[in-house]
Design a protein around this ligand. Sequence first.
Ligand SMILES: Cc1cc2nc3c(=O)[nH]c(=O)nc-3n(C[C@H](O)[C@H](O)[C@H](O)COP(=O)(O)O)c2cc1C
Length: 305
Amino acid sequence: MALISLSTRLGPLELRSPLIAASGTVGSVWEWADVADVSPYGAAVAKSVSPTPWLGRPAPRVAPTTVGMLNGIGIQNPGIEAWALTMEPYIATAEVPVWGSAVGEDVHGFSNVAKRLDAAGVAAVEVNLSCPNLEDGQIFSFDARLSAEVVEAVAGAVSVPVGAKLSPNTPDIVAVADACRAAGADFVVLTNTALGFGLSLEDRRPLLSGGVGGYSGPGLKPIALRSVYEVSQALPGLPIVGCGGVTTGRDVLEFLVAGAAAVEAGTIHFAEPRAGRRIMKEVQTEMKRLKVSSVSELVGTLEQW
Ligand SMILES: Cc1cc2nc3c(=O)[nH]c(=O)nc-3n(C[C@H](O)[C@H](O)[C@H](O)COP(=O)(O)O)c2cc1C
């Protein structure tokens, strides 16, 4: 069989691999790149960053669950100015395209951060419309109009491609994805963590100081796949990055077939920082088994019963 082609087209972006490291699970990328081989990845997304420093929530803010984990970090980050100071020199020499992730409390906050991310050299900007850990509990992606306003402002502020990252709890995810597309998003990322909760019987307290947090890991896969499936069926031209519970090469292929052009893996990196090499080996093994020689032959090839 001919050589396997792993490159994939995500709207205006050409990625060398369909595997992307998800925001918040590989730090600011460089810490992780120190221990992991980044060559199997098409991109790595840095932790979301806000206009000013955010302290995040007090401990406990991560907890394992029966399957996967809960987190309530609250997007602790140093703010965009400090971020750009340390990240700009790294991004220029990184061995993987680095994407930025913008978060804010309002439209201007998002667009100011995105502008600075772009100036620091990121290859794309994800707009984190879906974090469940902000103080007032507001999730932008629950509201199509608000999401569109943010995306429009960000798309107008940057020269690089823009992706809208949505929550799997978004009531009508097709409507919100469509609004983001119309507002200028080049792709959507489906999805962020799902709202989750856990408690300790011994302490009679929530596992996270903030109570409700974000649930991620293998249990999220069917929920994220559902989002990818619904959006790709309803909006066939919209490039999608699948994300949720990816731990194996087979998971990557399932997201591709459901309609994603690329796939992010997050939680797996905490247990296995070098997961990318294994996952992409498995992707190639599975592609050979399925007699498929390029990633593009898989994207959106799902058939109905
Ligand atoms: C500890 C932790 C921190 C995260 N921080 C962010 C973040 O800052 N921005 C963001 O967009 N997503 C963040 N996420 C969500 C992941 O990027 C990803 O969307 C989610 O975990 C689902 O993928 P997974 O099941 O492969 O982990 C975080 C996830 C975890 C577990």
